[in-house]
Each structure stands twice: as structure tokens, then as C-alpha cells.
Design a protein around this ligand. Structure first.
Ligand code: FES
Length: 122
């Protein structure tokens, strides 16, 4: 039921943890299941240099967290802000319909972290 990419990112998640000297942090919760995702990032000259996640959640939430970190690294904050939850799910070759709500955390947490960075640096 899960794609190979989902299983890969779930079993071997990339960029787990917390960025040291983070200058942006975003945390979002999924109201339907109570799962929580936290993204920390390090931005320099408006480019995301490093990003890590900590997710208390299901396998699909972990896979989407892992994928969103891979998609975000090296992007400008403007490029990262237009990254959608749908795009993250598509990068994993899709999620089962019943688990699509789990993908709602990933880009949202990233966007919150970018907003936090902007608030700290404006
Ligand atoms: Fe909560 Fe998937 S069941 S994020």
C-alpha cells in the first residue's frame, strides 16, 4: 500500500534531529490524530543551508518530514514557501488516500519555520 519511496524514507529517514544554531523553528500538530512535527532550519542569505525534523507521528508523517527536508535544502526561502504538501506527497510517489492528511504537516511545518526566521530577522 505504500510506495517504495515512502518505505525508504520511513525506514531510513534523512535529516532527523535539530539544527544547531537554528534561526527558524516551526512546529505544527495534526488536529485529526494529535501527531506533531517540528522543523528547525539554518538560513544564510535567504538560502536554506540546513534543515532537520523531529516528528512524533505515523510512518507517513515521518516519510513526508524526511522528504520535505530533502526538498528544502539549498532552496531560497521564497522557493521553499511555495512548496506544497501535495508536492511533498508527489515526491514520494503518492500516499494512500487514507494517509493523505498525514502529508499536511510537512510543508506547513517548513513554512512556519521560515515565518519564524523572517520574524527574527526583520
Ligand atoms: Fe497522524 Fe499520520 S496518523 S500524521
Amino acid at each position: 500500500m505504500y510506495t517504495e519511496k515512502v518505505m525508504d524514507h520511513f525506514s531510513n529517514p534523512r535529516n532527523v534531529g535539530e539544527v544547531k544554531n537554528a534561526n527558524g523553528i516551526g512546529e505544527v500538530g495534526n488536529a485529526s490524530c494529535g501527531d506533531i512535527m517540528r522543523i528547525s532550519l539554518q538560513v544564510e542569505n535567504d538560502v536554506i543551508q540546513d534543515v532537520k525534523f523531529k516528528t512524533f507521528g505515523c510512518g507517513a508523517a515521518i516519510a513526508t518530514s524526511s522528504m520535505v527536508t530533502e526538498l528544502a535544502i539549498g532552496k531560497t526561502i521564497d522557493e521553499a514557501l511555495i512548496l506544497t504538501n501535495q508536492a511533498v506527497a508527489e515526491a514520494l510517489d503518492g500516499l494512500p488516500p487514507a494517509k493523505m492528511h498525514c502529508s499536511n504537516l510537512a510543508a506547513d511545518a517548513l513554512h512556519e519555520a521560515i515565518k519564524d526566521y523572517r520574524n527574527q530577522n526583520s
